[in-house]
Design a protein around this ligand. Structure first.
Ligand SMILES: Cc1cc2nc3c(=O)[nH]c(=O)nc-3n(C[C@H](O)[C@H](O)[C@H](O)COP(=O)(O)OP(=O)(O)OC[C@H]3O[C@@H](n4cnc5c(N)ncnc54)[C@H](O)[C@@H]3O)c2cc1C
Length: 373
């Protein structure tokens, strides 16, 4: 989005902090926590409210995975870098679990990758072998736990499901940062020795800026547009059905789970509507929602349900579908962590940490470095 000249309040609040984190999703909220732990005075700013973006709208899968399968990742970046990314993901999943427990956020064990075809099954088996070779505990099986006719399934030790909005809200609330909500940032400028972050409601002077706006903030700086592209995701919830799906499932294109109250949740299908979904517009479309509904009826025939609730959220996709941590070329004290490409629950905390270390310690973000673009 953008901010018009007329929307800015007539006398924006003037404030000063060591650091300004822009975006109170899981990444910005965790970055604010880490900065506060390092003794810094932090402002956490959001255009709306904590968890108003993808972190409050996602499906809640916390997977030992990235957009690409592990064998594809190895082919793309080589084994050492793939291994480093895997270690980060394992660490991230463990931290997510610890935070969910610490803040008593609803979570449940398990999530399973599913193959719809024999070709998908071969890919899943190859993935299982590559994970096992690198010490990740996996269980590969022909068939699926629901008896629904999937060709194969892969369970990775440690994968789980979480209520993502509650987790993000809890991290933001406990971060120790001063929170400026409903304060859409429209410009970051250098001023004297520092920076000034201009938002609709507040102008904040600071030493460092951390951009964690993912798919929602691509208009804030031209450099971000080169790295991250907004891509919409849509989800629906049904009326309750009988117990059907004991463990949440994810295929190449779709993901689904059954909530405690019996309602089914399904999302995905983006690949079938690709051009339409390259958008930052937070809206549901009948064609994609019908596709998701038809998917459930195809794989679980005989169930009777109505679509009760639908929503959309905006991802940030990078060209290679891996997160990017870097510095704005014209503002070296402004860093960013973006482009989770649908897997922010798996790598977002570690990307936030790499962003903080880049800003404060000059540490290279390694395989997440945005210098690759
Ligand atoms: C439908 C859907 C399903 C998904 N399912 C999963 C899943 O199951 N597992 C998984 O790992 N990932 C999933 N994802 C991806 C995951 O949600 C994201 O990768 C993750 O939430 C990104 O977190 P973030 O903090 O970077 O961004 P966000 O949570 O999007 O937060 C960005 C914040 O920045 C704020 N902002 C933007 N611009 C400005 C500005 N100019 N000024 C101030 N504030 C601004 C926004 O208001 C927003 O609150 C899904 C995404 C979608 C859309």
């Amino acid at each position: 989005m953008t901010v018009s000249k007329w929307q800015e309040v007539s006398e924006p609040l003037q404030a000063e902090h060591d650091d300004v984190v822009i975006g109170a999703g899981i990444v910005g909220s965790y970055a604010a926590t880490l900065l506060h732990q390092r003794g810094r005075d932090v402002a956490l700013v959001d255009a709306r409210f904590a968890a108003s973006g993808a972190s409050g709208r996602n499906a809640g899968f916390v997977l030992t995975s990235q957009r690409e399968t592990y064998p594809t990742l190895i082919a793309q970046v080589g084994r050492p870098a793939a291994r480093e990314i895997l270690d980060m993901v394992l660490d991230n999943v463990a931290r997510m679990r610890a935070l969910a427990k610490q803040y008593e956020v609803p979570w449940e064990e398990g999530a399973i990758h599913l193959a719809e075809t024999q070709a998908d099954a071969r890919e899943l088996e190859e993935w299982a072998r590559a994970f096992a070779a690198d010490g990740v505990e996996v269980e590969f099986a022909h068939g699926d736990p629901y008896g629904a006719g999937y060709a194969a399934s892969l369970q990775v030790e440690g994968d789980f499901m979480v209520q993502p909005a509650r987790l993000t809200e809890a991290i933001a609330a406990a971060s120790g940062a001063t929170f400026y909500d409903h304060n859409e940032v429209y410009r970051i400028e250098s001023e004297g020795q520092g920076l000034i972050v201009r938002g609709r409601r507040a102008h904040i002077r600071c030493r460092k800026v951390y951009i964690a706006t993912n798919g929602y903030g691509c208009d804030m700086h031209p450099h971000l547009r080169r790295i991250v592209r907004p891509v919409r995701g849509q989800i629906l919830i049904t009326t309750p059905v009988e117990p059907l799906i004991q463990v949440a499932g994810i295929t190449e294109y779709d993901y689904f789970r059954q909530l405690e109250d019996g309602r089914l949740m399904i999302g995905g299908a983006r690949a079938f509507f690709e051009e339409q979904e390259y958008t930052a517009e937070d809206a549901v479309t009948p064609n994609l929602i019908q596709h998701l509904e038809a998917y459930l009826r195809h794989w679980f025939p005989g169930i009777s349900f109505e679509v009760e609730h639908q929503w959309a959220g905006i991802h940030g996709f990078t060209p290679d579908r891996r997160a990017a941590v870097g510095t704005l070329p014209d503002l070296p004290d402004a860093v960013f962590a973006l482009g989770f490409s649908g897997y922010g629950n798996s790598i977002g905390l570690l990307a936030a940490e790499r962003m903080v270390e880049l800003a404060l310690d000059g540490r290279d973000p390694g395989p997440l470095s945005a210098a690759r673009f």
